[in-house]
Design a protein. Structure first.
Length: 334
């Protein structure tokens, strides 16, 4: 297979979080074959039942290329035209997996050693694979994380702060609302205040942003709601100590803010000769917590089409990424 064929093959293996078992099995078999051909070693690194990270090494890895195997829903099968490959995971991140594998093959053919590939589960939900990998590092000094950055090295990425906003009320017949207490109205009041809180701004990473992603509640149109909840997601750019206090205060007294997830913002390095950018999305890099080495972030494709019905990746970017990953490994492995 060439890099385009491998990308399409990977897209057509459904791997919506947490269903990474089949793609993990495919990648392990593929990388085990590569390891046998070039005197490497491939292994499955267990995360939880039927979910494994996949790792292959060639020598003692100084540099590891890494990205995630899972995707967001819904599954969308692959198709292509002369310029693009389409489908769920095309840019986030199955095209990146293919580019990394072909970069490694070219390095091996040229006689290079001492690098590896690490593909992890769960990035789209809670970075479970990266968290597990951080407890079992393999001595690498650098990790090159793949996400769609238009083949530019990211100087930093925003973090994530997620909350469940929960409101409680008292049921009553909707003809007599005075006998009840609407949890939905309380939730709406809290969300309105949360929409208006001041959000931090960073000179490099830009402004924090807040998204209300899920709202649930109520039992029937003619029943005063006794419970309602929402999930909010804040893209953070720095220390969140004060922001946590502000969120808690804004939710009260109508609702309670329960923190679900915190992934800090990160600053990343640059290398001469590589274009740079700054990204607003969150990656696995904070979850690795430095255990696999100094992080770099780069990959083909644009985040603007990831998580959409029109997800795609340009073939020209995919081919260029193979050379970029090869060059990065060569530079860092010196």
């Amino acid at each position: 297979m060439n890099v385009f064929e491998l990308t399409r093959t990977l897209i057509d293996i459904e791997s919506v979080t947490p269903n990474e078992h089949e793609i993990g099995k495919f990648l392990f078999q593929h990388l085990d074959g590569l390891a046998r051909e070039f005197a490497g070693a491939a292994e499955l690194m267990p995360v939880e039942k039927d979910r494994d990270n996949v790792f292959v090494r060639f020598g003692d890895p100084t540099v590891v290329l890494s990205t995630h195997m899972d995707t967001v829903p819904p599954f969308i099968s692959a198709r292509e035209d002369n310029e693009q490959i389409w489908g769920r995971g095309a840019c986030d991140t199955k095209g990146i997996i293919a580019a990394m594998i072909f970069a490694v093959r070219r390095l091996l053919v040229s006689g290079k050693r001492n690098f590896g590939l690490l593909f992890v589960v769960g990035e789209e939900r809670n970075s479970a694979g990266a968290i597990a990998a951080a407890t079992d590092p393999r001595g690498s000094k650098f990790i090159i994380n793949g996400e769609p950055t238009e083949n530019k090295l990211a100087l930093g990425s925003k973090g994530a702060l997620r909350y469940e906003i929960a409101a409680r009320g008292r049921m009553a017949h909707s003809a007599y609302p005075e006998l009840g207490e609407s949890a939905i109205e309380k939730l709406l009041n809290a969300l309105q205040r949360l929409r208006n809180i001041p959000l931090p701004v960073d000179p490099v990473l830009g402004a924090s942003t807040l998204n209300i992603g899920i709202i649930e509640g109520g039992r029937a149109p003619n029943v005063i709601a006794d419970a309602a909840s929402a999930e909010i997601f804040i893209r953070v750019v720095g220390d969140v100590t004060e922001l946590r206090k502000v969120v808690k205060t804004a939710a009260e007294p109508d609702a309670e803010a329960n923190e679900v997830l915190l992934i800090p913002a990160v600053r990343l390095g640059a290398l001469d000769g590589f274009e740079t950018t700054v990204v607003a999305f969150t990656t696995d890099i904070p979850a690795f917590n430095g255990a696999w080495g100094e992080p770099f972030l780069i990959g083909p494709g644009t985040i603007h089409v990831a998580h959409t019905p029109d997800e795609r990746i340009a073939k020209s970017e995919l081919a260029a990424a193979v050379e970029l990953y090869k060059e990065l490994v060569e530079r860092l492995a010196r």
